[in-house]
Design a protein around this ligand. Sequence first.
Ligand SMILES: Nc1ncnc2c1ncn2[C@@H]1O[C@H](COP(=O)(O)OP(=O)(O)OP(=O)(O)O)[C@@H](O)[C@H]1O
Ligand SMILES: CC(=O)C(=O)O
Ligand SMILES: [K+]
Ligand SMILES: [Mg+2]
Length: 572
Amino acid sequence: MAVTGDSAVFCRRIITNGSDVSSKNWVFRVSANPLRFGFNAEKLKGSKVKIGVRAAVELGVSKSLEGSLGLDVVIEGELREKGFLGLRKTKLVCTIGPACCSFEDLERLALAGMNVARFNMCHNTREWHRDVIRRIKRLNEEKGFCVSVMIDTEGSQHVIDHGAPSSVKAEDGSIWLFTTEKFEGSRPFTVQANYEGFSEGIVVGDELVIDGGMASFEVIEKIENGLRCKCIDPGLLLPRAKLSFWRNGKLVEKNQDLPTLSTKDWSDIEFGISERVDFIAMSFVNDADAIKQLKNYLSAKTPKPIRVLAKIESLESLHKLEEIVEVSDGIMVARGDLGVEIPLEQIPAVQQKITHVCRQLNKPVIVASQLLESMIEYPTPTRAEVADVSEAVRQYADALMLSGESAIGSYGQKALSVLRMTSSRMELWSREENQQNGLQQRQLGQSLPDVIAEQICNCSVEMANNLGVDAIFVYTKHGHMASLLSRNRPCPPVFAFTNDDSTRMAMNLQWGVMPFLVDLSDDMEANISKTIDLMKTKGMVKEGDAVLVVSDAIPSCGNPNVFQSIQVKTIV
Ligand SMILES: Nc1ncnc2c1ncn2[C@@H]1O[C@H](COP(=O)(O)OP(=O)(O)OP(=O)(O)O)[C@@H](O)[C@H]1O
Ligand SMILES: CC(=O)C(=O)O
Ligand SMILES: [K+]
Ligand SMILES: [Mg+2]
């Protein structure tokens, strides 16, 4: 193995972590060739083993420790403290920005319950993103957290800028020029549009709306390079504002001519691959093709699966919602930009519809933007914000997201606590109100094995709820069984055991699923008893606890038998 670079940290941790690893043979995967090394950990302990960066990458992925459960330390702590039903089901995503990017800040967010860290590629330099992503990985490695990393593409957005550093007021009746002409600094009553052709197809009398209603203008004249407009609804123009055009109360759709993935997005995607991110959220998705294109690209490019999320933030994407959800690995309800393209009063119903479709089609859904906006400045949320968060939890969204609250706000950690407390409270209320089984499940599977898996999961959840078991255990390679259980929004938590690290990181977005990374063999009974023993040793389950165990293993070695089962076990 090529031995360069300084990646000793990885090895040292493997060797010294846990006492029973000293005589283990570790399988290190280098590219596609599995190499088997006999390691005597005692001899190596404390010494520096230098390995190539690429090797370290694979090593981190294929590491699955004998005697370890690979459960996030925060979930483990909550389980000990609050018991099975005390575990929060709704997952939490934090946008990382200058206000929360030090190792200590990130650790505080992880401790406060961050499941996924989001990096918005619209802002800051690639070097900044690289450093902070690596900090998260180090946090996971060194402190036992399991925080997934998501990058969010910039996309081709229609933005305008007045060139001044802060906001500019537009007074009623004032006349403004919107132009594609490029100039430095700012000029009075002049706004630059970032793309040629922004005024194409626009006619005198159309309405130009800034940021979904911050200010509105009427187009009074078409001129070379732009539009002359009169302010008809005074307000503020922020730097990098978004604009939309309306005619007779309807949006004039202009997104179709923009590519969903720009040249910059493609290089950000390369960056995401090289930094081994877990999710790529694609901005301004308009149809299923863009998602398919990226997924194909990723599967050809990297052996480690990266999940692709579609952001629903245009009118066009709402027209094609089902086809987009079907091909994506998850969805983000990006209410910020959505509010530029649809009237604000329609957003609650649209959110409800998207979360419903995602649940039907078994895809995780994140509700995003302005959940606790006032907390960017203030240490407490408004009552209305808490009600909004509660509503998303009541709709059984898989995850909630902080944006500016964590990225630039003064109270990011507090905001995260508000999400945590509010979701826990609402989940408890839903459980007590017994609203758990509200959804008639649409059959998803096409083949018999798929239909069987689905039925097993539906029935398992019904059984688990009726029996009042403490937890559901599931053994899963790609997370499919875990997601089918989660889809039924069971009362007990789903403990999902996988030996695939990318599956574990992906399950961080799934409602009620607690991901574990363990060694699994083809012998399902052995897996079950091994994990139960391990959990008992670690005090995570105790005598008398009842668990419902779901397994779906297709034994290898050409055995055509599909082994699927539901068992109820009382821990002895
Ligand atoms: N990495 C960063 N560096 C600097 N500022 C950031 C960073 N990430 C976010 N911010 C700030 O936080 C604010 C909110 O962040 P967020 O990424 O949610 O913006 P957004 O406009 O809602 O997202 P999008 O651009 O995807 O629509 C941004 O307007 C920006 O000012
Ligand atoms: C999150 C995001 O992109 C939006 O709300 O527009
Ligand atoms: K973005
Ligand atoms: Mg957006």
